[in-house]
Design a protein around this ligand. Structure first.
Ligand code: GAR
Length: 200
């Protein structure tokens, strides 16, 4: 199964995927291309260190989100992939991009969706006083953090947690969850019926 990974920042989820490919856990997964909207970000250094083709796409050169997404599509055309994997990619993808990969774009989010969509999910969880948060891998559609849920992992929130301590605890589970989903996608067929996702 070939994937393209899109990321904008630190890249720890990307690193975990690369590590799990190298270890053999994701033996059927290959990262065919890495794409970033933040040329030079730490995640792109991870790609270079592993000889994964890096596609730098600078948004300031595009007049709108749709134009930018069309550039992304054209750059990715040279790298046919089964799935597009968002790993801390902090831009919203428009229909212009999504129509090229129908139900084939997945994202990880640091909360139990539909709770706390959008930015600063861990901070919102601490402020809301929830006792359980977690992380979600979902199919991307045009609504931010609203697509069908593939898998989730719950993480406890402790009374003395702040945004940083909760983020760290959730991140450990993100790294495990994303690879678990990729393993499923590489070994089984994903079915989406309404909002329900299953594997067979
Ligand atoms: C992760 O916590 C991921 O869930 C989050 O950004 C972080 C990226 O970390 N993504 C979102 O909030 C998307 N809505 P990483 O660059 O170390 O993988």
């Amino acid at each position: 199964m070939k994937i393209a990974v899109l990321a904008s920042g630190r890249g720890s989820n990307f690193q975990a995927i690369v590590d799990n490919i190298k270890s053999g856990y994701l033996s059927r997964v290959e990262v065919a291309a890495f794409v970033t909207d933040k040329p030079g970000c730490p995640a792109s250094e991870i790609a270079r260190a592993h000889d994964i083709p890096v596609l730098d796409v600078d948004p300031s050169r595009s007049s709108s989100r749709r134009v930018f997404d069309a550039v992304l599509v054209s750059r990715l055309r040279d790298y046919p992939v089964d799935y597009v994997v968002l790993a801390g990619y902090m831009r919203i993808l428009s229909y212009v991009f999504l129509k090229h990969y129908p139900q084939r774009v997945i994202n990880i989010h640091p909360s139990l969706l539909p709770a706390f969509p959008g930015l600063n999910a861990q901070k919102k969880a601490v402020e809301a006083g929830v006792k359980i948060s977690g992380c979600t891998v979902h199919v991307v559609d045009e609504e931010v953090d609203r697509g069908p849920i593939i898998m989730q992992k719950a993480v406890p929130v402790f009374a003395d947690d702040d945004e940083q301590t909760l983020s760290r605890r959730i991140l450990v589970q993100e790294h495990l969850l994303y690879s678990r989903v990729l393993k499923n996608l590489s070994e089984k067929e994903m079915q989406i019926s309404g909002r329900t996702v299953s594997f067979s």
